[in-house]
Design a protein. Sequence first.
Length: 160
Amino acid sequence: MVTTRSSADIDGKTSPPESLNETEGWHLLTAYWLSSRDDTRVRTGELAAELAISPGSVTEMVTKLSAADLVSHEKYDGVKTTTRGRMFAESLAWRQCVVVSFFDRVLGYEIDGRTAYRIGFSLPIEATEWLERQVDDLHKDACHRIRLDSGNCFVTGCAE
């Protein structure tokens, strides 16, 4: 199986770990969403239910993300993103938001969040920035549409 790796960056300076693949990024982003940017720990069972995978698969992925210092995991207490993990998750959320906004505003097509994530993950940073320029401001409802249960936007700079 060929794995796409992101060339995403944080504030135009830092690339994610070379080992971060699309699936690992999705797990990281989901953990970030569920913790809603605070220090709340997410139980692995909750993460497994959200991702529709087995708890054992979540534990395996959390172990990988923890080894890369992207999440902190305490047995029986759950998972939370580290400062480093939040930076990468916010970059992935921005990419996803840009794709959703571009499809909404420019193409007039309502793309689903997972597809938008996959496209955003795969795009070079220059292409993502180009898409962002095409929409002027990121769609203010993009995060709410991506995460129906979100009470806030996960991307700095979204139009209000």
